[in-house]
Ligand binder design. Structure first.
Ligand SMILES: Cc1cc2nc3c(=O)[nH]c(=O)nc-3n(C[C@H](O)[C@H](O)[C@H](O)COP(=O)(O)OP(=O)(O)OC[C@H]3O[C@@H](n4cnc5c(N)ncnc54)[C@H](O)[C@@H]3O)c2cc1C
Length: 300
């Protein structure tokens, strides 16, 4: 397919399509080279159309949300990167269910639910990703997770659009059916929330925000927890006990504040982060016999 065809397609639908867009501007790590093409559909329907078009034309593409669990390669991406749309949430008539576009901010959704006096997404305060990114990895914090409230999601598969029930997501710790099927894209998701006491919900969220500020290196670019929690352990504790707090490769460093976070101290490359992760995993395995599995995803 010629790029001209894609530009014509995007122009017809008023989809923003950029050339040579720096991925470091779209990842919380602030790392990543240029995406040859970068599209920003505004609606879920535009996203679906664009995905169908890209698949039909055999175009290499990848879907990202807010890039807050993502490592983008230094050499960039030689294809089309699609940023999911931020279409406003649609609330049910009874006001307890909400259908949200995959690109909508999880923190914003959590705040809106709180303002409506609804619980269920309180934990998501401070998770800097999108609804799609959160569903795909069953994001969670402080005892809450996406699995608690997810009713369904609308999913683009190579065979067309399907609605997946909560059970069909096979949600587990930082896992969903989307992880097993990397060519599936979450278009939008529906959650059912529970009425609660607005002041209590806001107080709980303020507490979580304070805990994050106290414990996490929010002042540095990162992708949150670098590794998944190994069964029976905490990744951060193992890394700290291995003496790796402050361990540095190039511009990448194991945070002094929270060893579960790798931070970009300035000028870190994707190669720095990957090398650091490899060395951390190796050392932890040698010392404790525990294999650390990355939580952060690599853009492919
Ligand atoms: C400071 C900080 C704190 C964090 N705290 C937490 C926390 O408490 N709990 C937690 O779970 N996570 C946490 N994270 C990690 C991250 O915010 C979550 O994993 C979030 O859900 C990722 O969403 P995203 O939109 O940024 O996804 P991205 O990083 O853009 O993408 C992540 C992966 O999902 C895929 N993807 C994204 N959208 C879609 C879609 N619509 N359909 C199919 N695939 C898609 C991408 O291709 C990629 O493989 C934290 C991150 C930071 C930087």
């Amino acid at each position: 397919m010629s790029e001209r065809e894609l530009f014509a397609f995007a122009k017809e639908r008023d989809i923003v399509l950029l050339e040579n867009e720096p991925l470091c501007d779209h990842t919380s790590f602030r790392i990543g080279g240029l995406a040859r093409l970068f599209a920003m559909p505004k609606t879920v329907e535009q996203l679906a159309e664009l995905l169908a078009f890209a698949a039909q034309k055999g175009l290499k593409y990848a879907v990202i949300g807010n890039g807050s669990n993502l490592l983008a390669p230094d050499e960039g991406y030689d294809g089309l990167v699609i940023r999911t749309p931020e279409e406003a949430p649609r609330w049910s008539e009874d006001g307890t269910a909400v259908t949200v576009a995959s690109g909508w901010s999880m923190t914003r959704l959590s705040a809106e639910a709180a303002q409506r006096g609804l619980t269920g997404l309180t934990f998501a305060q401070g998770i800097p990703g999108t609804v799609g990114g959160a569903v795909v990895m069953n994001a969670g914090a402080y005892g809450g997770q996406i699995a608690d409230t997810l009713v369904s999601s609308r999913c683009m598969t190579p065979w067309g659009i399907r609605t997946l029930t909560a059970e069909e997501h096979h949600l587990a710790y930082r896992h969903s059916v989307y992880a097993d099927n990397p060519d599936w894209v979450c278009l939008e998701a529906t959650f059912r929330l529970t009425p609660g006491e607005k002041e209590a919900i806001l107080a709980e969220m303020a507490d979580y925000a304070q805990r994050r500020r106290d414990k996490q290196p929010l002042e540095w670019p990162s992708a949150g927890s670098t590794f998944k929690r190994p069964e029976g352990h905490f990744a951060g504790k193992l890394i700290e006990d291995a003496g790796l707090k402050g361990f540095t490769v190039g511009g990448a460093q194991v945070s002094e504040k929270h060893a579960g976070f790798v931070i970009n101290r300035g000028g870190a490359t994707c190669a720095d982060v990957l090398s650091l992760m490899e060395q951390v995993s190796q050392t932890v395995f040698e010392k404790f016999g525990v294999r650390l599995e990355p939580e952060v995803k690599i853009l492919k």
